[in-house]
Every structure is written in C-alpha cells, then in structure tokens.
Write a protein that binds this ligand. Sequence first.
Ligand SMILES: *[C@@H]1O[C@H](CO)[C@@H](O)[C@H](O)[C@H]1NC(C)=O
Ligand SMILES: *[C@@H]1O[C@H](CO)[C@@H](O)[C@H](O)[C@H]1NC(C)=O
Ligand SMILES: *[C@@H]1O[C@H](CO)[C@@H](O)[C@H](O)[C@H]1NC(C)=O
Ligand SMILES: *[C@@H]1O[C@H](CO)[C@@H](O)[C@H](O)[C@H]1NC(C)=O
Ligand SMILES: *[C@@H]1O[C@H](CO)[C@@H](O)[C@H](O)[C@H]1NC(C)=O
Ligand SMILES: *[C@@H]1O[C@H](CO)[C@@H](O)[C@H](O)[C@H]1NC(C)=O
Ligand SMILES: *[C@@H]1O[C@H](CO)[C@@H](O)[C@H](O)[C@H]1NC(C)=O
Length: 407
Amino acid sequence: MGLILLFVLGFCASAVFANDDKIVVCYYGTWATYRTGLGKFDVDDIDPFLCTHLVYAFIGINAEGTALALDPELDVERGNFKNFTSLKEKNPNLKTLVAVGGWSEGSANYSIMAAEPEYRQNFINTSLAMILEYNFDGLDVDWEYPNRRDTVHGEDDIENFSTLLKELREEFDNYGLLLTVAVAAVEEAAVQSYDVPSVAKYVDYIGVMTYDMHGAWDSVTGHNAPLFISEGESAENESTLYNVNNAVQYWLSAGCPPEKLVMGVPFYGRTFNLSDPSVNAPNSPSNGAGLAGPYTAESGFIGYNEFCYILQNESSWTVQTDNLAKVPYAFLDYNWVSFDNVESMTAKVEYANSFNLRGIMLWSIETDDFHGLCGEGTFPLLNTINTVLAEGSTEARHNNPPHHHHH
Ligand SMILES: *[C@@H]1O[C@H](CO)[C@@H](O)[C@H](O)[C@H]1NC(C)=O
Ligand SMILES: *[C@@H]1O[C@H](CO)[C@@H](O)[C@H](O)[C@H]1NC(C)=O
Ligand SMILES: *[C@@H]1O[C@H](CO)[C@@H](O)[C@H](O)[C@H]1NC(C)=O
Ligand SMILES: *[C@@H]1O[C@H](CO)[C@@H](O)[C@H](O)[C@H]1NC(C)=O
Ligand SMILES: *[C@@H]1O[C@H](CO)[C@@H](O)[C@H](O)[C@H]1NC(C)=O
Ligand SMILES: *[C@@H]1O[C@H](CO)[C@@H](O)[C@H](O)[C@H]1NC(C)=O
Ligand SMILES: *[C@@H]1O[C@H](CO)[C@@H](O)[C@H](O)[C@H]1NC(C)=O
C-alpha cells in the first residue's frame, strides 16, 4: 500500500514537473501605461504566475548597434525595467527578457549592424550591459525583418543574422543568459529572411509570429490568425494560404525542431470596413480599416479586452465561428472584426500540443481581459493557454515513461 502510494505520488510529481518544459512567453507592450481608463496596464497589473517568460517590448539600437532604451523616462528614470525584472521576487521561476526591435524600429539599422563586425560586437556589448544592469535573463531579437522592408544589405542579411546570433550565443553562454528570436511566420515571408537551421541552432527558442495574416491592408475580409483554411478560400494551392497550420508546418519542415518552436497567438483582433454590409462572410469585399479600440486607438486593430467590452455592451453584433479556420469573427453594419477568444485559443493550444511544440507565445498580455469584466474571470485567454498546455503535458507524460529533462 505504502509502495503504491509512493509510486502514485512520484508519478504525479513527475507529471507536474513535465509541465515545466512547456513555456508561456508573454510580451508586454510597455506603452500600455499611457492608455487611459480600463486600458491602462502597468507592470503591477502583470500576474507573474501565468507566464514562464515575460518579454519587455521594446528597446532599440542606433546605426552603430548601440542598444538604447526607447522610452528612457519610463524604462530607466521611472524604474520600469527594474520593476519588471523584480517580478522574479514574486515568482522565482519566472524568466524576464528584453526584446530589441519590433515593427516601428524598421530593418535598416539592424541590417547595417549585422553586416559590420565592429557594430555587431558593440551591439553584443551594449545589450549585454543593459541585461546585466537591469537583471534581465536574456535577449529576444525582433529584427523585422532581415532582407525586407528598409533593409540596407538585402539578401546578405540572412547570413549576417545567423552570424549575429552565433556571436550573441557565444557571449551569452558566459553568463547563462537566454537568447531568443521572434520571426515572420508564413513561408512566403520567412524564406526571404532566415536560414532556419542556423537560427534554430543558436537560440533557446524561436517565437513564430503566427498572426497578422490578414488585415485591413487586404481587399477582402480575413482572419488575423486562422488555424486552417478559411471559409471562402479556395482549396487549390492550399499549402500557400496564410494560416497558422501552414506556417508551423513550414518552420518544422525547414529545420526548426518542435522543442524550439513557440507558436504565437494574438490577444487582439483586426477590423475591416465592409464594402457591402449584407456581404459579411470571411473573404467579403472590404474598404479598408474598420473601427479602432477605445484604448489602443488604432483603426484596423482592437484588443481582445476592448472587443469583449463592446460585445458585452452592444447586443446588436453577430458573432460567428469559421468552422474551417477555427476562429470567430463578428459583424455589425459596416464593421467586420476578426479576433480570438477562449474557444479559438483552446483549439490553437491543442494544436500546439499535438505537434509537441515547446509552448505558446502571445502578443500581448495587456490586451487580455485583465480586469475580468467579460464574465470569464481575469486574464481569460492567458488562463486558457496555461490550462490547455498543462493538459498536453500531462497527456504526453502518460504516453511516455517519466525521465528527467535538462534545459
Ligand atoms: C537608426 O539609427 C539612427 C542613429 O544612428 C537613428 O537616428 C534612427 O532613428 C534609427 N532608425 C530607427 C528606425 O530607429
Ligand atoms: C516602480 O516601482 C516603484 C516602487 O514600487 C514605484 O514607485 C514606481 O512608480 C514604479 N514605476 C513605474 C513606471 O510604474
Ligand atoms: C566589447 O567589450 C569587450 C570586453 O569588455 C572589449 O574588449 C571590446 O573592445 C568591446 N568592443 C566594442 C566594439 O565595444
Ligand atoms: C554579410 O553577408 C555577406 C553575404 O553572405 C557576407 O559576404 C559578409 O561577409 C557578411 N558580413 C559579415 C560581417 O559577416
Ligand atoms: C494555384 O497556383 C497556380 C500556379 O501558381 C496558379 O496558376 C493558380 O491561379 C493558383 N490557384 C489559385 C486558386 O490561387
Ligand atoms: C465605413 O464605410 C462607410 C461607407 O463608405 C463609411 O460611411 C464609414 O464611415 C466607414 N467606417 C469606418 C469606421 O471607417
Ligand atoms: C459599457 O457601457 C457603459 C455605459 O456606457 C460604460 O459605463 C461601461 O464602462 C461599459 N463597459 C465596458 C466594460 O466598457
């Protein structure tokens, strides 16, 4: 009896331990501190137990590769870097990273830096110094993107990016620091930017940005992050469609091992203005960007929190699920909104589990319903991710003999 009990306890302990292998990478867009009312989100609003990795977005660089705070008044003077990394005092298992780059930084300075050995060394030195000074656990490189947008060195960026990661890895290993990247997801974009096996070789994990697949820039309505083919899409050339499944399968086949692949999910939606309000399925003609969220204030974009408040307060919206793409959408008059909810989050995390991916990355924590005003508790999307990932780990544990992991 005692032996059986011991065995059961031992089994449960290893099942729980196995969950530690799955990661939840939460980006925090720090400019949310400037939002008003229910949209304002500060470091204090972060629940440090719902993420294994928290990523501070963003810092930047100059053309010589010197790492710089982009909002020094907030980041440094008002102590936001330090407050962020101090969340580790509440949860000692938490890892905090700082992300360099992002969409607004463009590609040019990264292209220049990566092509010049002295600038690369300067970047490594100055980013390392910031990480050590503010007690981060690593760096997330979000160059958007090698060999695209305002790149300076074009295709050379691909190899130079790998060289940069190799040199960062060598230096960071001296300090036990994490090195991660966020990458463009769909094959058509990714083939322009990355030597996948060499990126995978040097980083701890790759965050694949499986969102922004359709938006107001398209001439028809479409989902921000469809899991599979959507209603209204042709199955001819299906593998070239922009969806999460195609992107994940591309990254796996291109040489990213599943245990280094972290799949991105959006905590925001994309809004469209219908050309004809009576034609409102996915793939219907669109005139461009639709409504803006009251707090994020950018037409074409809406936080999950903002949209769930709208749906709660305005009963005239029609909410449907695209049963092929496994994501919801909603419409009212000219407005058409693609978004993710608890149900689509569940389907996506189950998908990630089924391919034994390392975990889930989310953009971004400050647009979950962190106040819990939509009847689903606080942080409903983030809680869903944690719950479904843990179920996946437990299933994997039941299918495999327990063994220890070393990361
Ligand atoms: C690139 O670096 C220069 C300074 O070297 C800076 O003026 C410029 O703003 C940077 N570019 C971007 C997009 O941040
Ligand atoms: C950082 O924490 C300190 C101490 O709690 C607080 O006074 C300060 O306002 C915080 N800074 C920010 C930007 O929230
Ligand atoms: C980087 O730091 C190393 C060690 O502190 C130093 O020797 C080197 O000159 C620095 N290089 C640059 C480009 O700043
Ligand atoms: C940048 O990439 C190009 C093309 O692969 C290569 O010739 C060049 O040496 C690289 N620059 C550095 C500094 O590695
Ligand atoms: C499928 O690809 C072929 C070859 O590129 C192209 O001619 C055809 O128009 C594509 N079909 C669709 C529905 O996009
Ligand atoms: C959407 O288009 C209609 C008709 O063109 C226009 O009246 C309306 O202002 C637009 N709405 C938004 C949010 O742009
Ligand atoms: C719903 O609308 C009411 C009345 O306009 C407003 O006071 C409340 O803040 C709204 N709720 C949310 C969650 O936005």
